[in-house]
Design a protein around this ligand. Sequence first.
Ligand SMILES: CC(C)(COP(=O)(O)OP(=O)(O)OC[C@H]1O[C@@H](n2cnc3c(N)ncnc32)[C@H](O)[C@@H]1OP(=O)(O)O)[C@@H](O)C(=O)NCCC(=O)NCCS
Length: 228
Amino acid sequence: MQRKFAFYAFFVLLLALLSSYFLLDFFAFDPKKNITFRYLEDLGEQHISIDDYRQVIGNHQACFEHVRRKNLTSYYERKFSSTSSISREIIDQEVEKDLRDGRLSMFKRFRSTKNITTMYHRNKLVGLYNCLPENEVTNDSVMIYNVCLNKDFRGKGLGKVLMKNAISHCQAKEVGRKLSLLVYDDDHLAINLYKKLGFDFEEPDEDFPDEFYYFNKSLMVYSGKTQD
Ligand SMILES: CC(C)(COP(=O)(O)OP(=O)(O)OC[C@H]1O[C@@H](n2cnc3c(N)ncnc32)[C@H](O)[C@@H]1OP(=O)(O)O)[C@@H](O)C(=O)NCCC(=O)NCCS
């Protein structure tokens, strides 16, 4: 009787172990499994629905607005540094006003953004980037711009998936041209990622716009020497 019980107990335990293994595998969140890309010539209405457009803007804003806020704050602090009567409140108001204006103009401006790639997890837009053959930064390279991944999807290897797609897509689009990008000097996470994928810092030309020095952005160029 005891032996029979032990046999049944063992059998039930084995069944429980097996089913939890398959259930875990089924529900495990592996975002890389459900990723697709869309390559859009531009964000005109014929290429993207207004809902997707809103998602692009929302995603971009979530990625970059805090950086813009930081830059604007330091800009106004420097601008008003000699005026002792200017209060913190006024600086904050100026910053918020610029951010509001920026959001409005971005909503219009993004409509004419060229060569944008959107990345989806299932049907949700989770990332994007642009390839810009003509850009204000360098004459001889294609810039990868606006690299941006939804916050909830970071740290799971999807930034790498997005960037690997950017490298191969931008290279195929402009065969033989260098690839480059700009990065904030204190964005160690992005710098790590870019270095791993084969980008190195490069001294920009003399005509590198002052704005980029001002906001501590550096130029990185793709050498193809990956660290993986
Ligand atoms: C930059 C960005 C796309 C990276 O995406 P991500 O999903 O976080 O990156 P991944 O999970 O693919 O990780 C890639 C590499 O980044 C680095 N990394 C990721 N998370 C990290 C963390 N918490 N701390 C330090 N490094 C980290 C690692 O080097 C990692 O490589 P590894 O997996 O071989 O260790 C994303 O963080 C983002 O959209 N940030 C906001 C917008 C932005 O800053 N864009 C860059 C503009 S230049």
